[in-house]
Design a protein around this ligand. Structure first.
Ligand SMILES: [Zn+2]
Length: 362
């Protein structure tokens, strides 16, 4: 019942408990944290706490079973308006924010627009709540319109934007929202969620998935596909031989990303997935270089050790490699050519790696 279903975000729950108890709730929030750690689930739990028929919002204790709480979770509550990327699109369509028609698979769908909906009188709750998932993918027109609503929010309305990083948000959005940071989940929390949601039944398998997924339940789910585990292992092994064979690493990544049947957003998602594996390995190298105990699964630790054994640079070199890899995800969103993007990334990575501490201009 209630908040106990939310694992690993206790400080954030306490914060909202205090806000609601004192009757001071902001009108706009920006939840920031990695993908797949439960930000959306948290936003829905908060909405339940505001809409619950069993408990007043001052109690901030959703019952989870009254009709309102259930409607919030199933997405059918008339006062909760939810926006997310439509399948196969790279940005939130302006119509989803301001209203209008969008063509989806040759069928036209009409959206009233959340900026309009949030201004309507609540139907069964005391307020309107808007959750904008994938807020990293708002375009300029959507952002400009949303800013007007954030500047003059309708009385009682609560708007929650969910994003992965502050660097993806405009200062104008950040300054109008209360920013709440969410951290990655601990492996034991991911393990517990995987068992609770019956993603797997075996607790050892759940722990193994949790260890390799960097605190993301979403990633753990994806790893259940055994091909992905093989891909991860192959990628990590090629990463260990990067200075000798950069061409092998870029060829493997290109083969996995530049697949004809994938749409551009799907290609970018695949590339981000692969870069996240590289970053997790480089973090491992960083830990070992700075004398801290390794934290990942056995394969990651072993590859980390192999890399550190031949490492000619220092901690700064490793940080530069991490920065360069993170930049790749960023450039991917700017419509760069996939092959050029991957070749440039792997080439720069091997150069930084070999020449120790040398940071290439970006
Ligand atoms: Zn309830």
């Amino acid at each position: 019942m209630g908040w106990h279903e939310v694992l690993g975000h206790g400080a954030q729950i306490d914060r909202f408990r205090r806000n609601l108890k004192s009757g001071r709730l902001a009108s706009a929030f920006l939840f920031i944290g990695p993908e797949g750690i439960g930000k959306q689930f948290f936003a829905r739990k908060l909405t339940q706490a505001l809409f619950c028929e069993e408990h007043s919002e001052y109690e901030c204790e959703p019952c989870s079973h009254c009709p309102s709480c259930q409607q919030v979770m199933t997405g059918t509550h008339p006062d909760l308006h939810f926006v997310e990327l439509l399948a196969g699109t790279a940005e939130i369509r302006t119509a989803q924010i301001v209203g209008g028609a969008v063509k989806i698979n040759d069928k036209e769908e009409n959206f009233p627009g959340v900026c309009y909906e949030v201004n309507l009188k609540p139907i069964s709750a005391k307020r309107k709540v808007v959750i904008i998932n994938d807020a990293d993918s708002l375009n300029d027109t959507s952002t400009a319109n949303l800013l007007k609503t954030l500047e003059e929010p309708p009385p009682g309305a609560v708007i929650i934007l969910l994003g992965t990083s502050l660097s993806q948000q405009l200062d104008t959005i950040i300054s109008r929202c209360q920013v709440i940071s969410f951290n990655s989940l601990l492996p034991e929390h991911v393990q517990q969620i995987l068992l609770q949601q019956r993603v797997v039944n075996d607790s050892n398998q759940a722990l193994e998935l949790a260890m390799i997924s960097n605190g993301s339940v979403e990633l753990a789910r994806r790893y259940l596909d055994s091909e992905l585990l093989e891909t991860r292992s192959e990628l990590l092994n090629l990463l260990a031989t990067l200075p000798q064979h950069p061409e092998k690493l870029s060829a493997m990544i290109l083969k996995l990303v530049d697949v004809k049947s994938l749409s551009r957003p799907e290609k970018m998602e695949q590339l981000e997935f692969l870069t996240s594996i590289v970053v997790s390995c480089l973090h491992q190298v960083l830990l070992q270089l700075s004398g801290q105990s390794p934290t990942g699964d056995p394969l990651l630790q072993e590859i980390g050790r192999r890399i550190v054994d031949d490492w000619s640079g220092d901690v700064e070199t490793c940080l530069a490699c991490i920065d360069r890899t993170l930049e790749t995800s960023f450039h991917a969103r700017a419509n760069a050519n996939v092959k050029t993007l991957i070749d440039a990334w792997v080439d720069d990575l091997s150069q930084i790696w070999i020449h120790g501490g040398f940071k290439l201009p970006t």
